[in-house]
Structure formats: C-alpha cells, structure tokens
Design a protein around this ligand. Structure first.
Ligand code: F3S
Length: 439
C-alpha cells in the first residue's frame, strides 16, 4: 500500500513537459498564455494543460473557476514538488481563480504539541508561503466544500483530494477530474483545464447498480463501510446506489465519498433520489441497462470491516479519528461519547480537524471537554501527512498500534504510518481509548 498523495511527482511532471506538441484547439487568450504574454505562471500552466490535454485526447480547454490544491504538505510534495512550487512562486506566478488548500504536515498553531521538529516547521512554512504568495487561500482543510468553497451544479472545477473530488462531483454535481498536483496548479494559474473525463456528460452517467439493502447508513462508520465496499467496483463504471431512503448529512457524505475514492478510482457516483444527476434510476443510468448489478447488505458490510480491521493483539497505543477531517457535529458526537470518561494513561488519542472547525469547537466548549478527557484536538494535518521522521519518533515513544473509526485512514495507515489498524465504530474506539485494550 502507499499514500496516494505522495508518489510519482517527478515522473508526473516530466511526462507533461515532454509532450508539448499542440493538437487541440486553443482560443487567442489561451495562445497568449502559452506564448508567455500573460506571465511566467500562466505560460507554465498552459504548457502543462496542453501536455495533459494532448495525452488525454482533449479537443479544447474548458474554463474552470474553482481549484483545490494538495501538495502543500512537505511529506506529499517531496523535494521535487517543493522545488517546483517555490520556483513558481519566486518567479511571480499567480492563481487566476479561487484556489483553496489542503492539509499540511503539522498543526500550525500547536507545532510542538505533536513533537514536530523546528526544521520541519521551517520547510513547511516556506511551502505554505509559496502558495500564499501565488494567491491561494490558506483554508488548510480536505473538506473545503464544508468551509465556504462550495462549487455550483455544473460548474467546471479542477480539484485535488480524492474525497473532495468525489463529493463535489457526486453530491454537488460540479465537474472535476481526479487531478494530480501539476494539473490542478496549471488550472489555478490559467483558469483552464483540458476538456476530458468528468467534464463531459457521457462520462458521468452511471453503469454499475448497487441495491442497498443494509439500513442505518447515518453514521461516519456506516457511511464509510458502504463507500469502501462499492468503491472497489468503480473501475468497472460509475456506481449508482439505489435503496437509500434515510437522511445522510454532509459530514457522513464526506466520509462516504472519502471511502469510495480510497478503495477504487471513484470520481463520481450517484444516489437515486438524492444526488443531483440521479433524480430517478433511469436518469442515473442514462436510460441504459446496468453493466453490473450488486447488492450491499449485512454480509457485504462485514466484508468491508473485516478487510480493514487487521490489527494484531489487544494493546492500544493510539486512537485516531478524523479522515476526512471532522466537522463540528462529528466532534460533538465524540464529546457525547467520551464526556465523563478518561483516556487511559498509555493511550494517545487524537481527533483531527481544520483550524476553522477547531475554533468553532473551542467556542462551543467541546475542546475543553475533550482535553479534560485526555483527547488532543489536532488541526491542519492528518496521520498520512506527518513527516516520516515524526513517525520514527513516535515509534521510539512506543506508539506501535492504532485504532480508528475512519475507513480511509484504516486503508491508508499501513502504507503511511507502517501500522496495522484495528477498525471499529465510535463506541469501540472510545472503549479502546478508555481501557487501553481492543476487544
Ligand atoms: Fe483528509 Fe488526510 Fe484523510 S487529507 S481525507 S484527513 S488522508
């Protein structure tokens, strides 16, 4: 397993720069960008766009006016990304559209609390400042759509962060491909993206039908199990979920999307009667018969849990919640579950969120309750973005086993943190935190 946010950057960039022959239609403005008349950033962005468009068989560019970027974390950017982004910034590149930013490699207001080193902070600050100088908004969250950056139905976007991509395509009906760093930066610098993939109507239609017979979807854990289970079929076509008739709030939808985009290449899925491109089953399937029909019931739910719950032994060193980052209501659920209890002295318990949600949680009194119980509320980062050296330091402190209720994190932790997680619902995680044992 590997962290999808941290590999192959150099190959990705070189691939684009090697393929600059123009075979697609460009407007006069786009040609001026490519010729360098609109500045270094627009030129580099258009070069990347043209290379990607040619490789993917795009016929033209589409105007995009919303961009969400990963790559700010020093762990995911690696040296090549760091050099690429800081050079763009040093040479005066500027984003031309609304551009928000994903999580980074540390809690910026409580840097030392997690035990991160000063030189890691310095490098992280340099990278954040590079994006800041280019005009990106320092949202530092993987759920920007729940924090003010909310694309409209039909709006063309260029987003990174697979959970967010699945959310804006599926739940909002906006249009983005699953972008990598250079492609999203290119769109931010030019306000254009090559028109292929999920920008086009035909590629958004569903073809794999899942009859959901399992009820009680309304929790982070259950939404995650469903998403994880169907995500693995998304390589065979866009998924259509039929049979969900209970209200699932946007926090649970974020979990559903994050999980679906982790076990497979999900960029979009539909929920009949709920998501905007699926008012009916017939519309969701584009009037065609499904290529595959499946059922999600108790057996399939258990399959997803068993696949992820691979921890050995019963000792618990670390309880981790928050992937995608927790929203205010999710934090309240943790507060209700732990209030009056105390985290076991041998256990480190983190919940991760954005700094803006943490501010709201502070005002609501939740942070105080959590801290009294022994929970650390971590902002701006997540387990998969922690610097590698930090993981070694954690290991030296005896952090070797982890418990989580986050489906995406349960999938990623073996590759990102080199631990095999125990995976269970909120109540099981709280019990593990309080007793120091996984049962
Ligand atoms: Fe967000 Fe990190 Fe998960 S960026 S979706 S909390 S892997």
């Amino acid at each position: 397993m590997f962290c999808p946010q941290s590999h192959g950057f150099i190959n990705y960039v070189s691939f684009y720069f090697e393929r600059l022959a123009i075979i697609l239609f460009l407007t006069d403005e786009e040609k001026r960008m490519l010729d360098g008349e609109m500045g270094y950033g627009a030129q580099k962005g258009m070069e990347l766009n043209v290379g990607l468009g040619e490789a993917m068989g795009a016929e033209r560019m589409v105007k995009v006016d919303s961009c969400h970027l990963g790559g700010l974390s020093i762990r995911s950017a690696e040296d090549a990304g760091f050099d690429f982004y800081t050079e763009l910034s040093d040479r005066g590149a500027k984003f031309r559209i609304c551009t928000t930013t994903n999580l980074v490699s540390g809690d910026l207001e409580n840097w030392s609390v997690l035990g991160l080193a000063a030189d890691e902070r310095e490098r992280q600050d340099k990278l954040i400042n590079a994006f800041d100088r280019m005009g990106a908004l320092k949202t530092i969250t993987c759920t920007p759509y729940l924090q003010g950056h909310l694309p409209r139905f039909g709006q063309h976007c260029s987003w990174m962060e697979t959970s967010a991509i699945a959310f804006i395509n599926s739940i909002l009906g906006a249009r983005t491909n699953r972008e990598g760093g250079p492609a999203a930066v290119a769109a931010g610098l030019t306000g254009r993206a090559p028109e292929f993939g999920l920008h086009l109507d035909d590629n958004r239609v569903g073809s794999v039908l899942v009859h959901v017979t399992m009820k009680k979807m309304a929790s982070l854990f259950e939404a995650g199990n469903l998403g994880y289970w169907f995500g693995k079929y998304s390589a065979q076509g866009n998924i259509v979920l039929d049979g969900i008739d209970e209200f699932i709030n946007n926090d649970y939808m974020a979990q559903l999307c994050g999980s679906a985009a982790t076990s497979g290449p999900t960029g979009i899925f539909h929920i009949v009667g709920i998501t905007p491109e699926a008012p009916t089953l017939e519309v969701a399937l584009g009037g065609k018969k499904p290529v595959l029909e499946l059922e999600y019931g108790e057996k399939e739910r258990q399959e997803a849990i068993d696949y992820l719950n691979i921890g050995k032994g019963d000792e618990v060193d670390w309880v981790y919640m928050g992937c995608p980052v927790l929203q205010l209501n999710d934090i309240r659920e943790v507060v209700v579950a732990i209030e009056g209890k105390r985290v076991h002295p041998n256990v480190m318990f983190w919940i991760t969120t954005s700094s803006s949600t943490k501010m709201l949680a502070k005002r609501a009194g939740y942070v105080e309750i959590l801290e009294k119980a022994g929970v650390t509320v971590v902002a701006d980062t997540c387990a998969c973005l922690l610097p590698l050296a930090h993981l070694q330091r954690m290991g030296k402190k005896g952090i070797h086993s982890v418990v989580t209720n986050s489906t995406k994190q349960a999938h990623l932790i073996p590759g990102c943190c080199y631990m095999e997680p125990h995976y269970g619902d909120l109540d099981k995680c709280i019990e593990a935190a309080v007793t120091g044992k996984w049962r």
